[in-house]
Write a protein that binds this ligand. Structure first.
Ligand code: GLU
Length: 485
């Protein structure tokens, strides 16, 4: 028997940025299709003409490209079910809306804006529509249509009974039909509503699994009724758990800007790697089976991802955890890749000529968790901060000011070193500690303070000195000698 392969879609509205929750929806939708060798479609839902944002579609396409969520059908790649932009499908919606009207499942509504506004203040209708036009005769409807009065088309909801559907994550969802509004399917401007367009498209595009955020859980009975009205087979519904953010007081609320960067673009700007973001968000609402590992490539995820691993309890976005993942991914990059990705974050204008930028960055490769940390971490190479002599005092290495003075005075002899690299400087410092009869740790400590002016540095004394070059290192050692004198 031919088992049907899943067809899923990602159907964003072009809002101008990619919220991390939307990206998770795209990822899960992609994984559900790809796990079983199915198809993943990109569809742009731009029927809300007032909310259109220039360049928004490019952001969506770019995000999917960077994250490798390749779609088999979509606006730029084509396919058998196009167009894939809803504003280019107006005629299709008009035709299907007409079919519903003819079949008695929808009706024309000519109510004016003023009338509808007045209704909203009327408590009896709970802000909804009072079905004023639901029972217009065919003749009346024809007359009104001919007169050119603007109209919308509304779904004729059943007045009794319940509508039930099975959600693959949340289980059985039922609503009483009396609670369902006669929602608008086609607007007065000739555009369909989301409520209508996505159902028509999902059917015509052969979508088998509708994957989206749980905010649609409660309106899905209305969509299921549309499938029934058309006589179409309902898709499998896969609603994803809410994404929450941690508040300062320990409580959680819907993930939003006040929790930090929540758009993919902002995270990229902040120096997160796409693969790390994808790995982290894959775990926000899904748990793999039979593995303790947390690090997954997209290929791993395709193999592992199954719908029954999706949890229904809300997932909390933890920025510290994302940072940890990102650090892991940065540390695993080859040094060449690390350099390529790090370079754009380096403020090159402020780096003095004496500094070897590549060597400097090599000190950071395993020490940063996101690329935006770079400029902070390299400040010591740009200029020597003003520091207090107390910084030399170190219990562990038994360094007091007198010993520091002795070590730094001795270090002025480094002027004679000809080959200025890490290994040579290191052996000189070891020899120096033997000569002075002190622990090598004490020498390294004092030199580190002298050349960086900081107690915590990326790399030890000799590495920093190599990056700074001989001239600047010696200048800093002389500054220290002067301070300690
Ligand atoms: N355009 C809708 C949104 O961005 C899509 C919802 C759906 O996937 O059905 O929320």
């Amino acid at each position: 028997m031919d088992v049907q392969k899943p067809v899923t879609r990602f159907a964003p509205s072009p809002t101008g940025y990619m919220h991390i929750g939307n990206l998770r929806t795209a990822l899960y939708s992609f994984l559900i299709a790809k796990h079983d060798g199915g198809k993943f479609i990109l569809r742009i839902e731009d029927t809300d003409r007032e909310r259109l944002v220039d360049g928004a579609v490019d952001i969506i396409k770019n995000t999917l490209k960077i994250t490798n969520l390749r779609y088999d059908e979509g606006p730029d790649v084509g396919g058998d079910h196009g167009p894939y932009v809803q504003s280019e499908r107006k005629d299709i919606y008009a035709e299907y809306a007409k079919r519903l009207v003819d079949g008695g499942h929808a009706y024309y509504c000519f109510c004016s804006k003023e009338r509808l506004e007045a209704l909203h203040s009327d408590d009896d209708t709970h802000g909804g529509y009072d079905r004023h036009c639901r029972n217009l005769s065919e003749e009346e409807t024809k007359k009104l249509l001919a007169s050119g009065i603007p109209y919308v088309i509304r779904q004729k909801m059943p007045l009794e009974g319940t509508t039930t559907y099975e959600d693959a994550v949340f289980g059985t969802i039922s609503v009483k039909n009396e609670e369902l509004q006669d929602q608008i399917l086609m607007k007065a401007d000739g555009y369909p509503t989301y409520n209508f367009a996505h159902v028509v498209d999902d059917h015509l595009m052969g979508v088998t699994h509708v994957v989206r955020g749980s905010e649609y859980l409660s309106s899905t009975p209305k969509y299921a009724l549309l499938y029934d009205a058309f006589g179409w087979q309902r898709p499998v519904y896969v609603h994803l758990p809410l994404l929450m953010g941690k508040n300062a007081d320990g409580s959680v609320s819907k993930l939003s800007k006040r929790h930090g960067s929540v758009s993919f673009q902002d995270l990229i700007k902040d120096g997160y790697l796409p693969d790390a973001i994808i790995n982290y968000i894959s775990l926000l609402g899904w748990s793999p089976k039979n593995t303790e590992s947390e690090i997954f490539s997209l290929d791993d995820l395709i193999k592992l991802f199954t719908i029954d691993g999706i949890n229904k309890s809300p997932a909390v976005f933890d920025f510290d955890k994302l940072l940890w993942f990102n650090g892991e991914y940065i540390h695993r990059l080859s040094f060449g890749d690390f350099l390529d990705k790090a370079m754009p974050f380096v403020n090159k204008d402020v780096i003095p000529e004496n500094v070897n930028t590549e060597k400097m960055l090599s000190l950071l490769h395993t020490r940063i968790s996101k690329f935006s940390e770079i400029n902070d971490r390299i400040s010591l190479f740009i200029s020597l901060p003003d520091y207090s002599n107390d910084l030399f005092i170190n219990k562990k290495n038994k360094v007091d000011i007198d010993l520091a003075r002795k070590i730094i005075n001795e270090a002025t002899e480094l002027e004679d070193v000809e080959v200025w690299d890490n290994d040579t400087i290191y052996s000189k410092l070891i020899a120096m500690s033997e000569k002075l009869g002190v622990k090598s740790g004490a020498v390294m400590w004092c030199l580190r303070i002298a050349v960086s002016g900081m107690a915590v540095t990326p790399g030890g004394a000799t590495e920093i000195m190599e990056v700074l070059g001989k001239k600047e290192s010696m200048r800093r050692i002389m500054v220290a000698a002067g301070k300690l004198a």
